[in-house]
Design a binder for this molecule. Structure first.
Ligand code: NAD
Length: 311
């Protein structure tokens, strides 16, 4: 019987769906117990991971029977895709299954940051009344949202932002200015410079690759509109965290939200500690009850199909 190892959390119904016909080893703690995971892999035909299990050369070396890697999400930066290709291992991401969750996160967070009114709960509960200071918030209506990367998540985010009355501009060097997607989605194709100059809120939706590492660094933060807000749900390495901390402390940016970080969890002494007007979430942009069920079931179905086709 073929063995499927699952090293991070997966919706129970999807784990159940894999069980008939396969030897399923579901150990969501393996992601933090690498030796135990490596011990289980010599017999594994398939491995299912989220974004924290490093599917690197050392892991692949311990997995001679591996034919399929299922990814419960979309970024592939934790998987050595080239090495998998060379070994004939099929890598299956859950394309599209969590995009809505990320898009809702971005648009609600952009509105919260522009409004600037939600970070004083402790003061209000303690009897303070910072009404004058918090009466300077802005509406989303008529503001410009700049999307860096205009793929699946970028487009779903654009649609929600437009429902709020926002203008959407986007930068994506892989899409030509003639691509029909611009007209069909109502977003304006712009250069990165124009996007930074025009946007009241900037949101990142690119993969982490060499060209996007520290795409948002000190110079590009300085090029953003004064009082703009930044949201990163893409990958931590895309934003220079120290430079962002400086831009927030200096008041150049009115706020930022980060869901992804250069090191996850954050290391002691992170430059982000104690920074004002900064919302931090632990890489949950694409993880909701609904998205988890969709992502898990999609991967269960596709991993089953891939293994059955190879039988
Ligand atoms: P996608 O592949 O549909 O879109 C990515 C877009 O980025 C593509 O259109 C591509 O042309 C563009 N791109 C590539 N290089 C670029 C560059 N240098 N500058 C600008 N654009 C560039 O992917 P997606 O589903 O929209 O996801 C985007 C990213 O979001 C993923 O790679 C992943 O890292 C991240 N993500 C995070 C979460 C979360 O929980 N926080 C969940 C899902 C996805």
């Amino acid at each position: 019987m073929k063995r499927i190892c699952i090293s991070e959390f997966m919706d129970p119904a999807a784990v159940q769906a894999l069980t008939p016909g396969f030897d399923v080893r579901y150990e969501p703690g393996w992601v933090d117990q690498r030796p135990a995971l490596l011990d289980a892999l010599p017999e594994a035909d398939a491995l299912i991971v989220r974004n924290r299990t490093q599917v690197d050369a050392a892991l692949l070396e311990r997995s001679p029977a591996l034919r399929v890697v299922g990814r419960l999400g979309v970024g592939l930066d934790n998987i050595d895709v080239g090495a998998c290709r060379e070994r004939g291992i099929q890598v299956i991401p859950a394309v599209g299954a969590n995009a809505r969750s990320v898009a809702e996160y971005v648009v609600t967070t952009a509105a919260m940051l522009l409004r600037g009114a939600y970070l004083a709960s402790e003061q209000v509960a303690a009897g303070a009344w910072p009404r004058a200071r918090l009466s300077e918030g802005r509406e989303a209506l008529g503001k410009t949202l700049g999307l860096i990367g205009y793929g699946d998540i970028g487009r779903q985010t654009a649609a929600l932002a437009q429902a709020f009355g926002m203008q959407v501009v986007a930068y994506d060097p892989m899409l030509s200015p003639d691509d029909p997607v611009w007209a069909s989605t109502g977003a304006t194709c712009v250069s990165l410079e124009t996007l930074l100059e025009q946007s009241d809120a900037v949101s990142l939706h690119v993969p982490l690759v060499a060209a996007t590492r520290h795409l948002i660094e000190v110079g590009r933060l300085a090029a953003m509109k004064s009082g703009a807000v930044l949201i990163n749900t893409a990958r931590g390495g895309v934003v220079d965290e120290s430079a962002l901390a400086d831009a927030l402390r200096a008041g150049h940016l009115a706020g930022a939200a980060l869901d992804v970080f250069e090191a996850e969890p954050l290391s002691a002494g992170s430059p982000l500690a104690g920074v004002p007007n900064l919302l931090l979430t632990p890489h949950i942009g694409g993880v909701t009850r609904e998205a988890n069920a969709r992502v898990s079931m999609l991967i269960a179905r596709q991993v089953r199909q891939a293994l059955e086709e190879q039988a």
